[in-house]
Ligand binder design. Structure first.
Ligand code: VAH
Length: 316
């Protein structure tokens, strides 16, 4: 059985659905600090859990006899920059609690890192798997520390920890909260709703992105890979595309010709974005566990707009 923390977040909400389809509804225990609206309670086991409560986390893992933990509860980069101490306590406190439960109950363990684990002194183009990591954001400090902590639990205690450095994730189910790459999700929603978008990230700012279906598939593929073949564990570079606001807008215009993009740059999130790579190299993930994204910018844009337009029609 799989325990998922942060199950109501951008990744968690879709990962729980995917895992339940793959392994069975009752094999996945969804947990989140937020309460579940009652309309979704019949989708499978759900428990309220604050990941800083180590006792409750252990009790739930024991009660459901979980053998896998997917730890997604965290504050993202922009929020973490506004509340650095809260971010440290939640991101690192929650992680070590989850790792301790995995150690005590011999669970396999997944938690995501991010391209945010790199900083200004990291090579910016085709960033290698193994390179310098001196991030200048609290989120980045959390992600690098998290990568080291997960490798430590593997080497010291034999916990089967695995992770990926996610790029910005784009989805039409649950919007992200408090990220720097959120502009790349908002642009699609506004294109459908208003035919225009004002971007808080400036023109020419390239970052790696990936469509959510590819992100979910990567998690499952990595977790099902033969551990003896893994030279790396925490965490693998993965990406599907490197884009800037104007490149997304150009693709959107192939479906919504009059779409207008303007800018109102947010200096805080712009400076975070500029400290991250322009593009990362994911050859190691391809080699060690066959990572292969299915969606490029064109295919993702077509699907995003289609799904959002369907949603709008239903809402009408
Ligand atoms: C953020 N969406 O913006 C997250 C992610 C690579 C970006 O870490 O903070």
């Amino acid at each position: 059985k799989i325990l998922v923390t942060g199950a109501l977040g951008q990744i968690g909400s879709e990962l729980v659905m995917k895992l339940r389809n793959e392994y069975g509804r009752d094999q996945v225990i969804a947990t989140d600090i937020r309460k579940l609206d009652n309309h979704v309670t019949n989708c499978g086991p759900f428990e309220t859990l604050d990941v800083t409560d180590s006792q409750k986390m252990f009790e739930l893992a024991k009660k459901y006899e979980v053998d896998t933990i997917m730890h997604l509860a965290a504050l993202l980069s922009a929020t973490a920059e506004k509340k650095p101490l809260l971010a440290w306590n939640l991101n690192m406190g929650g992680l070590i609690n989850a790792l301790e439960v995995a150690r005590e109950l011999q669970c396999q363990f997944f938690t995501p890192s991010s391209i945010g684990a790199f900083g200004p002194s990291t090579p910016k183009d085709q960033t290698p798997q193994d390179t310098i990591q001196r991030p200048i954001t609290m989120y980045g400090v959390n992600k690098v520390s998290g990568e080291l902590l997960c490798d430590y639990y593997f080497h010291k205690f034999g916990v089967d920890t695995r992770g990926v450095r996610f790029p910005g994730l784009i989805s039409y189910v649950t919007p992200p909260g408090g990220g720097t790459t959120d502009y790349a999700v908002e642009i699609y929603y506004d294109a459908v709703k208003k035919g225009q978008y004002t971007s808080f990230i400036g023109q020419g700012t390239y970052m790696d992105m990936m469509y959510m279906p590819d992100a979910l598939q990567a998690i499952i593929q990595l977790m099902e890979a033969d551990g003896s073949q893994l030279q790396h564990r925490n965490a693998f570079n993965i990406t599907a595309m490197s884009v800037a606001p104007e490149t997304i807008a150009t693709e959107i215009r192939k479906h919504i010709p009059h779409f207008k993009l303007q800018y109102d740059v947010d200096p805080v999130r712009q400076s975070i974005a500029e400290s991250w790579p322009n593009s990362i190299d994911c050859a190691v993930a391809q080699k060690e566990w066959g990572f292969q994204p299915q969606y490029d910018l064109a295919k993702m844009t077509k699907d995003m707009l289609q799904k959002l337009q369907e949603g709008t029609r239903e809402a009408v």
